[in-house]
Design a binder for this molecule. Structure first.
Ligand SMILES: [Zn+2]
Length: 251
């Protein structure tokens, strides 16, 4: 039974990620997220029902548009697959608890923003404002350590990034600052700080790798939200064991 539910969450994650792809692509340019159906950006061919099936359609069409044969970016099926795996993992970790809802909200927020950052280098306010109240609700329902933890977490994330924003004057966008406010609500004050360090580490590894393989030019801005997403999720799931291992060195 558990296996069956895990598979269900995997499929749900695929579908949700396919939806957050659409949201992340359309909200920043002010388009409706319901209509019209997705089109090929090259020839405008409107995708039929089966062409909207996450991952499967990409494989069947071998990554090409059915009409004009132009290449479809690999990032769509990759983000969908990541969504499926993350939803399934959230269920494996938390089962039927309210923390599962927290994990799914965090995952969905990050999937949506990764897409809009990759497509437009934007972290849209609309998406953040949609997730802000939901994040507060699920975090409070989950029974945080104390009533002020989510608030302090949100303020910590926001103010820390705001400080970096003021000091750096480049590289860091205002959207990242607000995103860390929402992440702080979900992660709490200590973990949001850890998440920033992990994100910065992932970001520099990715940056060096992209420069070394000449995928980007020097000075060319690199989307930071994928690294933030990796930092936030790694911290959310594993920081407790990192902290335990660290303390074990001294105890
Ligand atoms: Zn086409």
């Amino acid at each position: 039974m558990t296996t069956l539910i895990t598979i269900y969450f995997f499929l749900l994650g695929l579908i949700m990620a396919s939806f957050t792809n659409v949201v992340g692509l359309r909200i920043p340019v002010g388009e409706s997220i319901v209509r019209p159906r997705s089109r090929c950006p090259q020839c405008g061919h409107q995708l039929s029902g089966w062409e909207l099936i996450p991952v499967v359609s990409y494989l069947l069409l071998q990554g090409k548009c059915r009409t004009c044969k132009s290449h479809v970016s690999l990032k769509y099926p990759l983000i969908e697959l990541t969504g499926g795996l993350l939803y399934a993992y959230a269920f494996i970790r938390f089962g039927w608890t309210i923390e599962l809802a927290v994990a799914l909200v965090l995952t969905s927020l990050l999937l949506t923003l990764v897409m809009s950052d990759l497509a437009y280098m934007l972290v849209p306010n609309k998406i953040l404002l949609f997730f802000l109240p939901i994040s507060l609700i699920v975090r409070y329902l989950s029974g945080p350590e104390n009533w002020y933890n989510p608030i302090i977490g949100g303020l910590t994330g926001f103010l820390l990034l705001f400080l970096i924003f003021l000091l750096s004057r480049q590289g860091m966008g205002a959207g990242d600052v607000k995103l860390f406010g929402v992440l702080g609500i979900l992660l709490g004050p200590l973990h949001v700080v850890i998440a920033l360090f992990v994100a910065a580490f992932v970001g520099s590894v990715v940056g060096i790798a992209l420069l070394a393989t000449k995928k980007v030019a020097r000075k060319q801005p690199i989307p930071f939200v994928p690294s933030i997403a990796a930092g936030a999720l790694l911290t959310y799931y594993f920081a407790e064991s990192w902290i335990a291992d660290y303390l074990a060195l001294f105890l």
